[in-house]
Design a binder for this molecule. Structure first.
Ligand code: HEC
Length: 328
């Protein structure tokens, strides 16, 4: 059972979850590239190899997408805690990662084109011509009709390739080689992405925590009898979750000043311009300043100011230590 407990605690930590998930696209890209190359070396003739290539690439795209999503959640937990250099590596890591699933999907598509290849007919161009002109045949069996049919047959058929065994359609060969090159490129891209991710872990202490300071935490009390808890639950928490969280949520991070009101940890971490809450000191807290609308540059929530009672409730909450005790 220890394993299960360990696993679930790993899984509930966004950084660890991301670290687990990223291994899937890494492994799949390293598998897909040689298989795609094998398929190309075989001249694109083996449908089984093509199936495996497409399958691996689709899995790569799917897992690349999951890894990207989990990375965005993990990012929020380290934001503000990295040095400038670390922040820079994180940004590059993220930009690279956004393309992995797209490349995976595009490569799968290119590899899949091989399924649509039709073998060029070599010996007997007549049957398809007849099929194409079946309607004309029925309507008009005169000599003129037959001549027209033969002409269109000559024009419409692919040029017969040289003699020999049944030729491999060009599309099959082309798609196999294009897919192989793209798969190699994607594997390189994934490796580079992973390298940036590895740097974050080993050089900048993400996950291992060696250089990431843990956010300070406000005094929290679970005691519902504490009037500060009741005040927070009834007057502050609803404002944060119902009004502010509409924009300041994990998904809206990019836009809304990179500020997330979901937990005390993220509130203390603050936004783009740093800390926004100093427990005990509303006048030093940008969160309070924002809701008072006193600073013309920062008036929250847009477009309409909170009621005076709500603003006062936030002030009192911060002044009394910013207790964080969300209702169960
Ligand atoms: C309609 C969307 C929206 C709502 C609702 C909203 N905000 Fe914002 N908020 C933003 C945007 C966008 C920014 C970033 C732009 C800026 O700094 O002016 C921001 C920035 C902030 C910042 C500054 C973060 C930083 O470090 O730059 C604070 C503090 C803040 N909001 C608090 C609040 C609070 C408290 C509420 C609820 C009472 C709230 N916001 C509701 C959109 C919103």
């Amino acid at each position: 059972m220890d394993f299960l407990t360990d696993f679930s605690s790993t899984w509930s930590n966004p950084q660890m979850r991301h670290a687990v998930l990223v291994h899937m696209p890494i492994a799949l890209s390293m598998l897909a590239a040689p298989v795609a190359l094998l398929a190309a070396l075989a001249g694109g003739r083996f449908a089984t190899l093509r199936w495996i290539t497409v399958g691996l690439l689709l899995l790569l795209a799917g897992s690349g997408f999951l890894a990207k999503q989990s990375g965005e959640l993990a990012e929020e937990t380290v934001e503000g805690a990295l040095s400038e250099e670390g922040e820079h590596v994180l940004e590059e890591h993220e930009e690279l990662a956004e393309w992995v699933w797209i490349f995976g999907l595009a490569t799968a598509f290119v590899a899949g084109l091989g399924f649509f290849a039709r073998a060029p007919r070599r010996r007997n161009p007549a049957p398809p011509a007849r099929a194409a002109n079946a309607g004309a045949d029925a309507r008009n069996e005169s000599m003129a009709g037959r001549e027209a049919r033969n002409e269109s047959a000559a024009a419409g058929q692919p040029v017969a390739p040289a003699k020999g065994s049944r030729p491999t359609p060009r599309l099959q060969v082309g798609s196999a080689w294009a897919a192989a090159l793209l798969a190699l490129f994607t594997a390189g891209w994934v490796a580079n992405t992973a390298h940036h991710g590895g740097k974050l872990v080993y050089e900048f202490g993400v996950i291992t925590g060696s250089r990431v300071p843990a956010p300070a935490s406000a005094p929290a009390s679970e005691d519902a009898a504490d009037p500060r808890v009741a005040h927070f639950r009834e007057r502050v928490y609803p404002v944060l979750t119902e009004i502010c969280a509409e924009c300041h949520n994990p998904d809206g991070m990019r836009k809304a000043g990179r500020f997330d009101v979901a937990t005390m940890a993220t509130i203390l971490k603050g936004g783009r311009s740093g800390a926004v809450l100093v427990p005990g000191k509303p006048e030093e807290s940008r969160l309070y300043e924002a809701v008072t609308w006193e600073n013309e540059e920062l008036q929250m929530p847009p477009p309409e100011k909170l009621s005076d009672e709500a603003i006062e409730a936030i002030r009192a909450w911060i002044a009394s230590g910013a207790v964080w005790a969300p209702p169960e």
